[in-house]
Design a binder for this molecule. Structure first.
Ligand code: TMP
Length: 214
């Protein structure tokens, strides 16, 4: 890693397509960890720091065609670097457990599998932006694309840029997340997000105990 090194904290990321239920599950996981005496920082990408929240607006609002894929990936990595330096790394260094709603796997899935940027290019950008820093655990919430898109449509305000991409894009994103999980089974756990909230929360907590010994 090029910059901040975590001391005793843990970094957990939740990933998935549109409307996968990440925010609900992050709230549940944060409450569960706090009840076990952990300091928890719940954050999100793109965003999670003042600078990255400014970049978020450029990414999630406005017309789909406003950026080409490479520019878009650069903006996500710029936001990510600021998020790490301002929020995530300081929290990990003081021993907090950080839960992020999306991280670098979203760039692989959306800009890589979704928009067609190649793996090697994304790897180079990632190395420049964040070095070898990785989550300790990544939970991928998997559910049928159509259910996710209709859930997202029901609640989205002005943040419609990705959601308005065509269905085949979202199918590629879903397949991308599954492929990432297959290629990194030690870091990633896939959870069926189509079940009720309590069942999904319990399964995520089980993974956290099993993999991180919470
Ligand atoms: P959210 O709706 O989960 O807050 O995420 C905002 C959107 O940004 C979502 O449609 C996925 C997209 N996104 C990417 O395309 N690449 C990324 O690297 C990240 C973090 C998010």
């Amino acid at each position: 890693m090029t910059d901040g090194a975590p001391a005793s904290g843990r970094f957990i990321t939740l990933e998935g397509g549109e409307g996968a239920g990440k925010s609900t599950q992050i709230a549940r996981l944060a409450a569960w960890l706090r009840a076990r005496g952990r300091e928890v920082v719940a954050t999100r990408e793109p965003g999670g720091s003042p600078g990255a929240e400014m970049i978020r607006k450029l990414l999630v609002e406005g017309p789909v065609e406003r950026w080409d894929g490479t520019t878009e990936a650069l903006l996500h990595f710029a936001a990510r670097r600021d998020h790490l330096r301002s929020t995530v790394w300081p929290a990990l260094q003081r021993g907090a457990w950080v839960i992020s709603d999306r991280f670098a796997d979203s760039t692989r899935a959306y800009q890589g599998y979704g928009l067609g940027l190649d793996h090697a290019t994304l790897g180079r950008l990632q190395e420049i932006a964040i070095g070898g820093f990785q989550p300790d655990l990544t939970v991928i919430l998997d559910l049928p694309v159509d259910i996710g898109l209709s859930r997202a449509a029901a609640r989205r305000g002005s943040e419609t840029r990705y959601e308005s991409l065509p269905r085949p894009f979202h199918v590629r994103v879903q397949e991308g997340f599954r492929e990432i999980a297959r290629s990194e089974p030690t870091r990633c756990a896939v959870v069926d997000g189509s079940r009720d909230i309590d069942t999904v929360a319990a399964e995520i907590a089980d993974f956290v105990i099993e993999r991180l010994g919470a």
